[in-house]
Design a protein around this ligand. Structure first.
Ligand SMILES: [Zn+2]
Length: 468
C-alpha cells in the first residue's frame, strides 16, 4: 500500500478497515489464483513425487530458460554475461557452469539496482509490486508478473496440501502488519478476511493482560491452520501451558514463518495446541522455498530454483556445516534472482537419507536464520542454534544475544527470582562452550527488550560483518 492509502487505513474505524482489507484480498485473489495457477500446481504436485533424476532434468530446463531470459531482457545480468563472454549456446550446453561464472548478487545491489534487474520481456507485464522491508532503510521493490505470482502460490498450496491443509480451510495468521491501531487497549486485536477465511491477529498487542482475549477468540474461531511468527505463537503457548488452559479445538497444522524457530519454541507450541509445527522458508523477494514435510524433513524445493550452500569463505560448505544460501529462483520471473546472496543460513545434514514422505528432493537439517543472526568467532566460525545454551537454566523470562564485535557478546535479559549467581555462571560457561574462550560476555539485566523491525523479536543478532 502507498503512503496516503496507509494513512487512510491507519486512521479508519475498524469496520472500514475490514472492508478495505477484504477489497484488497479480493483483488489479490484474482491475481494469485488465475487460470495458469492450476496448471503450475498440478506440475509441482507431480514433481514432488518424481525420481531425483527427473527433478534435476526439470531444474536444468528451467535454469536454461531463466538464464536465457536474463541474457536477453535483464540489463543487469546482460552486462555480466557480456563481460564474461558467455553466449546463448554456452547456456544451452552447460547452464550450471554458466551459473557458477556469474557474479553473486548482494542485498545492497539488489536494492540499489532494482530497475536494472527488471525483466523487459514483452510478455511479462507487471501484475503486482511487492515491498520487502529489511532491518533498516527503505524497502526493496519487487516487481511481479502473473506467472511469478501464480507459481509462488502454487508452491505454497503444494506445501499446504503436503501437510493436509486445503485452500479455504479456516485459518489464523499472526501478522506483523499494523492491522489494528497499536494504541488499542481493548479487543478486537484482529480482523477477518472473508475471502481467505483468514483471521489476522495482531502481534503488537500480545501483552500479558490481553492474552486471555486472544485465547477466547481462538476458541471461538476454531482454526484448522494457524500461521505466524514463532515468537508470537510461543507467547500464547506459554500462557496455555502454564495455566493449563484447555483449547476446545485441535488445528491440523501450525506453520511458522519469518523468524528462526527454536526447539524450545516448537516443543512449547506443539504441547499447547496438541498439533505439529511445520517450519518453512521463503523470502518475499521470491527465493525458492524450503518446506517441512509430515516426517519433519525440511525439503529444499529444488524444482523452484537452484540452491548453493556456501561457508563464510564463499566455498562450498561440507555436510554437517552451517551454510549460507545463494539462490537462483524460478518463482520470480519479473525481477529474476540469479545467484542471490539471501543472507540466510541453514545447517546441512551429515548424510541425505531417503525421506519416508516419498519426496526425492534434498533436505536441510535446520533453518538457522539470517546470516546476521548467526554469531561468528575466529575460534569456532559460524555458531548457530544458540537456544541450546539455555539448557539447564531457570529464571530467564526473555533473553537476547547481541554480538557487538569478534570479541564481545552482550546478553540482555529479563529474569525472575529463580535466576541466581550460579545460573549466571552456568550460562556464561554454556556460551563459552559454544563461542570459544576468547570472547568477553557481558550480561545486562533489563526490564524490557524492544521488538525489532516488523514486530519480530531478534533473539540473536550480530552487529558486525565478517571480513574474510
Ligand atoms: Zn519428506
Amino acid at each position: 500500500m502507498g503512503n496516503i492509502k496507509d494513512k487512510v487505513y491507519r486512521f479508519s474505524p475498524l469496520f472500514i478497515k475490514t472492508v478495505l482489507l477484504n477489497l484488497v484480498a479480493l483483488k489479490n485473489n484474482k491475481n494469485r489464483f488465475s487460470k495458469p495457477y492450476y496448471g503450475y500446481l498440478e506440475e509441482y504436485q507431480a514433481l514432488w513425487k518424481l525420481e531425483r533424476i527427473d527433478i534435476l532434468e526439470y531444474q536444468s530446463k528451467m535454469l536454461i530458460k531463466l538464464l536465457k531470459e536474463c541474457y536477453e531482457y535483464v540489463p543487469y545480468y546482460k552486462k555480466d554475461f557480456l563481460n564474461k563472454n558467455i553466449s546463448l549456446d554456452d547456456i544451452d550446453n552447460d547452464p550450471y557452469m554458466v551459473l557458477s561464472k556469474l557474479n553473486i548478487l548482494g542485498k545492497q545491489d539488489r536494492k540499489r539496482k532494482a530497475e536494472e534487474l527488471v525483466n523487459n520481456h514483452p510478455n511479462r507485464k507487471v501484475s503486482e509490486i511487492g515491498f520487502t522491508s529489511g532491518t533498516s532503510g527503505a524497502p526493496t521493490k519487487t516487481y511481479l508478473d502473473e506467472e511469478s505470482t501464480n507459481r509462488s502460490f502454487a508452491l505454497w498450496t503444494r506445501f499446504h496440501k503436503n501437510i493436509d491443509i486445503k485452500r479455504g480451510d479456516k485459518n489464523i495468521r499472526f501478522s506483523g502488519r499494523l492491522i489494528v491501531n497499536p494504541e488499542r487497549t481493548k479487543p478486537p486485536f484482529w480482523m477477518y478476511n472473508i475471502v481467505e477465511k483468514q483471521l489476522f491477529m495482531s502481534t503488537y498487542h500480545l501483552r500479558k493482560e490481553n492474552i486471555k482475549d486472544y485465547i477466547k477468540k481462538l476458541n471461538k474461531f476454531k482454526p484448522i491452520l494457524i500461521d505466524g511468527y514463532p515468537s508470537a505463537l510461543y507467547i500464547i503457548a506459554q500462557q496455555i501451558n502454564s495455566n493449563s488452559i484447555k483449547l476446545n479445538f485441535t488445528p491440523k497444522a501450525l506453520v511458522v514463518t519469518a523468524e528462526t524457530l527454536y526447539d524450545y519454541q516448537r516443543e512449547e507450541i506443539e504441547n499447547a495446541f496438541n498439533c505439529k509445527v511445520y517450519n518453512q522458508y521463503a523470502s518475499s523477494e521470491g527465493s525458492p522455498p524450503i518446506t517441512e514435510c509430515q516426517f519433519g524433513r525440511l525439503h529444499v524445493n529444488e524444482d523452484s530454483g537452484v540452491f548453493e550452500f556456501l561457508n563464510s569463505k564463499n566455498e562450498k560448505a561440507k555436510p554437517g556445516e552451517i551454510a549460507k544460501m545463494v539462490v537462483t529462483s524460478f518463482r520470480n520471473w519479473k525481477t529474476p534472482l540469479v545467484r542471490y546472496d539471501i543472507e540466510d543460513t541453514v545447517l546441512l545434514p551429515e548424510i541425505q537419507q531417503t525421506c519416508e514422505c516419498g519426496c526425492k528432493m534434498f533436505y536441510v537439517d535446520k533453518i538457522i536464520g539470517r546470516e546476521d543472526d548467526v554469531l561468528w568467532t575466529e575460534e569456532k566460525g559460524y555458531v548457530g542454534r544458540m537456544d541450546t545454551a539455555y539448557k539447564g537454566l531457570n529464571g530467564i523470562i526473555k533473553s537476547q544475544l547481541v554480538q557487538k564485535s569478534k570479541n564481545l557478546l552482550i546478553v540482555n535479559q529479563i529474569i525472575d527470582e529463580n535466576y541466581s549467581t550460579k545460573m549466571n555462571q552456568l550460562f556464561i560457561n554454556n556460551l563459552k562452550d559454544r563461542l570459544g574462550r576468547n570472547i568477553e560476555i557481558r550480561i545486562n539485566i533489563v526490564k524490557d527488550i524492544p521488538l525489532g523491525a516488523n514486530g519480530k523479536f531478534d533473539a540473536v543478532k550480530r552487529e558486525f560483518k565478517i571480513d574474510n
